[in-house]
Design a protein around this ligand. Structure first.
Ligand code: PLP
Length: 413
């Protein structure tokens, strides 16, 4: 067996199950889960209709590269959404379909990482010479698992409140940059909701050139934001503004899961550096992760429409307004820059908070420490919880009221 499998951490939801194990919440309170980041708004009918209309497509093997029509739809969307000149994005070289960002984020490290950077097969990842992948902390756990199975060492860049919940790239030691082959960034971030600024992205691109690493920007929450006039900036847009027409070292990951409420469709794309994507395509051809033809056809419809995405944002806005009204008087919690999570500070430790909230109110949240790691400069997930506002408005309001009731008991104890 692959010995690196033992280095994988249990998934946060496994830890959550264990934390709740044996607790019987009050039966008269309906269960409410704010734990899973699974969108719950309805999927657009016209996308589902296209899916069924194209079922005959199942009679053909799809290409790993997907149809040109899909890659053209993605190029149109990217150019329009991120104000990138249309002629900069070549659907033949800069775009590949993926079955959701999760598998792509995982597979990407397998392609990019050179596990023996000194050419010495005996180098162990722990000998302070091996490949390093930098990632935010707290983080989406796939980055860590992908790194470990690619034979590299994860290095966690804390994103606590005092850095505005975004990575401060000045906090990475030079020795780590020298070993870094890949960095994952996540903007808007899961779980903090913070958006990385243009200035910070420019700094990161300069560092990537200086130290020769690739930037994997997980932007799967980019379409969930509050101010219609201020969509979050993306990495390719910044690269284009810097005159980096070939998007060198820059690759972005996008998905229809959150944008279009289609988590079961498993549809997304990667875009950016053509040389890197050529290698990614080679890998994927062997890995065999093609996108089904009806899914490709349905995805074109989804990327081509913005109205359902704006409607989706309006639903989230309504929920954030209502929930923050209820929670902010009792909890240290702020509206995020974007995304659908609240990343609240807890008055007691996060696991106790999660367990007792469930025991008393039958509401499930995720303890911050399940989404983060200990580092020499602390654990930024400690004493935080993540709440996903994915349930219907009434349920989110009910959950917020129950959380408020629970927090009040803490203040009186
Ligand atoms: C930060 C982040 N990246 C990627 C994903 C994967 O999404 P999908 O594979 O549905 O595109 C998720 C899902 O929750 C996520 O939170």
């Amino acid at each position: 067996m692959n010995p690196d499998l033992h280095r994988l951490h249990p998934y946060p939801f496994e830890k959550l199950r264990a934390l709740k194990d044996g607790i019987v919440p009050p039966a008269h309170k309906s269960p409410i889960a704010l734990s899973m980041g699974e969108p719950k708004h309805a999927a657009p009918d016209f996308v589902l209709a296209e899916m069924t209309a194209q079922l005959r497509g199942l009679e053909n093997y799809p290409l790993t590269k997907g149809t040109l029509a899909l890659r053209e739809a993605v190029a149109r969307w990217l150019a329009q959404r991120f104000t990138i000149a249309t002629n900069l994005l070549d659907p033949e070289r800069h775009i590949l379909p993926v079955n959701g960002t999760r598998e792509a984020l995982f597979a990407f490290a397998q392609v990019v990482v050179n596990r023996n950077p000194d050419g010495c097969p005996d180098d162990s990842p722990n000998d302070n010479k091996g490949a390093v992948v930098v990632m935010p902390n707290p983080f989406y756990q796939i980055y860590e698992g992908a790194t470990i199975l690619a034979g590299a060492e994860p290095w966690f860049l804390n994103t606590p409140e005092n850095t505005g919940f975004v990575p401060d790239f000045n906090n990475v030691p030079d020795e780590i940059w020298q070993r870094c082959q890949l960095i994952y960034i996540c903007s808007p971030n899961n779980p903090t909701g913070a958006v990385i600024s243009e200035a910070a992205l420019r700094q990161l691109i300069a560092l990537a050139d200086e130290h020769d690493f690739i930037i994997a920007a997980d932007e799967c929450y980019s379409e969930i934001y509050f101010d219609e006039a201020m969509p979050p900036i993306g990495l390719l847009e910044v690269a284009a503004k810097m005159g980096r027409d070939n998007f060198k070292r820059c690759v972005v990951f996008h998905s229809l899961s959150k944008r279009s409420n289609l988590p079961g469709l498993r549809s997304g794309f990667v875009a950016g550096d053509a040389e890197v994507l050529a290698k990614f395509l080679l890998y994927r051809t062997y890995h065999g992760c093609t996108m089904s033809p009806p899914v490709q056809a349905a995805s074109i419809k989804a990327w081509d429409d913005e109205q359902h995405v704006a409607d989706n944002r309006a639903h989230y806005r309504e929920k954030f307004d209502a929930v923050l009204d209820i929670l902010s008087p009792v909890l240290d919690v702020q509206r995020p820059d974007a995304g659908f999570y609240l990343w609240a500070k807890t008055p007691v430790d996060d696991k106790t908070f999660t367990r007792d909230l469930f025991a008393q109110q039958n509401v499930t949240v995720v303890p911050g420490c399940f989404l983060s790691r200990d580092t020499l400069t602390g654990n930024p997930g400690e004493n935080r919880i993540r709440m996903a506002l994915v349930a219907p408005l009434e349920e989110c309001i009910d959950a917020a009221q129950r959380i408020r009731r629970y927090v009040k008991t803490l203040k009186h104890s």
